[in-house]
Design a protein around this ligand. Sequence first.
Ligand code: T1G
Length: 705
Amino acid sequence: MTDVVRLERLGAIALVTVNNPPVNALGVAVRQGLLHALRAAEADAEVRAVALVCAGNTFFAGADIKEFGQPPQAPALPEVIAAIEACTKPCVAAIHGTALGGGLEVALGCHYRIARADAKVGLPEVKLGLLPGAGGTQRLPRLAGVAKALEMIVGGQPIGAAEALEHRIVDELFDGDPRAAALAYAQRLLDEGRGPRRTGELSVPGTDSAELIAARHAEVAKRTPGLFAPLRCIAAVDAATRLPLAEGLERERQLFLECLHSPQRAALVHAFFAERQASKIADLPAATRPREIATAAVIGGGTMGVGIALCFANAGVPVKLLEVGEEALQRALQRARDTCAVSVRRGSLSESEMERRLALIAGVTDYAALAEVDLVVEAVFEDMAVKQQVFERLDAVCKPGAILASNTSSLDLNQIAAFTRRPEDVVGLHFFSPANVMRLLEVVRGARTSHAVLATAMAIGKRLKKVAVVVGVCDGFVGNRMLFQYGREAEFLLEEGATPQQVDGALRTFGMAMGPFAVRDLSGLDIGQAIRKRQRAILPAHLTFPTVADRLCAAGMLGQKTGVGYYRYEPGNRTPLENPALAPVLEAASREKGLERQTLDERYIVERCLYALVNEGAKILEEGIAQRSSDIDLIYLNGYGFPAWRGGPMFYADSVGLDKVLATVKELHARCGDWWKPAPLLEKLAAEGRTFSGWQPAHHSGEQA
Ligand code: T1G
């Protein structure tokens, strides 16, 4: 027995209790303890039934993800599950919390399963670039049928206990303590003389498996062509419909190992841990307590303001939405209603839930109405003079301890904080449009932002179901600062000879959700123009800028809002079409730089754009604007459409090898000038044969007061 697995004999029942906080992951100690307990129960003549429960908040939440990529340690989970299923005494698992991945697979190896009414079960391995590798692809179809198994294994979403009962994945629901429920059920098995019931001996129900599998294969191949694991999930389920259990398990193992060794698994596991790492703030004392946020307010009823107000309403936080005039306020409230109505039409929100959420948004026009709110998010025009007016008013009106947050996407938060007498209560909450959809939230830590306010910002981010990442104060913080480099290089490629279609196409093939020029057409070329103008004013003159975007702005071609930009758009249609007026603009831009237009290959296009992100990310890391490289990855995965199965720009650079990245950056520096000056950290790590993910800055982002 190991100290994480306890075996007790209560009458004729062997009770196995696993206690491996925080989520009872099936690490090697747990697997060893389970196998030992099973064998002891099997050998004990007094034992006539086995009950399996977990202590803490949840039944097994899966294999120990930290073990992936490490040398395997016996016993493997399939071996443990085979021993459970082979047990000659009936074995029942009592599920509470979230039985996920290997956790559900252990339960499927048991002869009976009961679940607490509030429990969830699922096989989310596909989200980690894997497939259920401990019998889930073979046993789940035998219980729930192919359609449900495909939905759960390829989709990766957990289902509730009632749905699991409906699909014969569990036999009964219980309330209260899993231990008591397990013992009672095991006793009933004995009273009713029920013995082992092995899932593996069942055959897969239904006669339409081949059609279901073919249809799902076609759909997945079309929707996510770049992804490795989903098609292998389908192949494993297909094996269950054609092979006896032992051969099916062998086929599953082969497919699982293919996924395990895929770079996509390494990237997706990196993203999983990155999301959990981001909430850890290096210099925040553990005793720091977030402030209670019972009510919020948003200043500004534009697209962002309404989106942010909806974030609070969706999380059940009453929120005041302030607009200066009644007419503007009514337009804002209508926009909130229209946004929710889209979800109702799509069926993802009920009418009653929509009304409940909208009722949480109270429109106001007077700052005095904000006197008692706990948190205010300003989302007004990106102009420092306007921010000053707003923050001076807020500072005068809001109660002591109220947090004043700015949604600014690039202005100096320290300057904004200085407009108030409470700079320690000022923080940036940079939402991404549409705010009620995009998961990313850059939490901008000002020089004077207090620990408690920073902790509160992270806590409210989690409550709003955002991926909150702490960033320091600089032009563009992390995401937009890197995006500026990426967009500029993409535009230089247009002057060297590429078309927007070629650049966007190459990056979409890499896996980006959208190419840079489609993105610019969507957000509007005039937005970039203001930033470029500000950059030109502060950057050294020898740093030249591409001129294509400014030429298009001058010609009134601002993107979708004018029906033409890098691409042309039919009225009411967002499909990008070739813009016949673009060619002369590109030729003029090339000519002005004395460039002979040439054909560029995809690899060059991708490296030119991605390494611009990486080089700037290295500078951001070194300056302590981001705490760690995985935070930068998280920002790009959740705010900029970077493919999760590539892990993020910094993880991708690590996977290429920093020596190779540096060699390309140096070549570009020699040919394209100082925009490509290699980041000192990139040079250092490349020289030492290290990676970004293995590096931590000595200091943290922002300086404490
Ligand atoms: N392995 C190792 N650590 C894990 C873990 C896991 N499976 N799940 C969570 N953690 C850590 C997490 O990193 C964090 O650590 C802490 O636990 C709390 O997590 C063979 C191959 C269960 C819904 O994919 O979805 O089984 O930050 O902050 O919000 O076929 O954790 O405290 O140091 O997320 O309450 C399949 C992954 C694995 C489930 C709880 N299972 N976990 O959410 O807490 S592959 C999963 C989750 C597999 C088999 C295959 C969630 C949760 P730290 P948390 P939470």
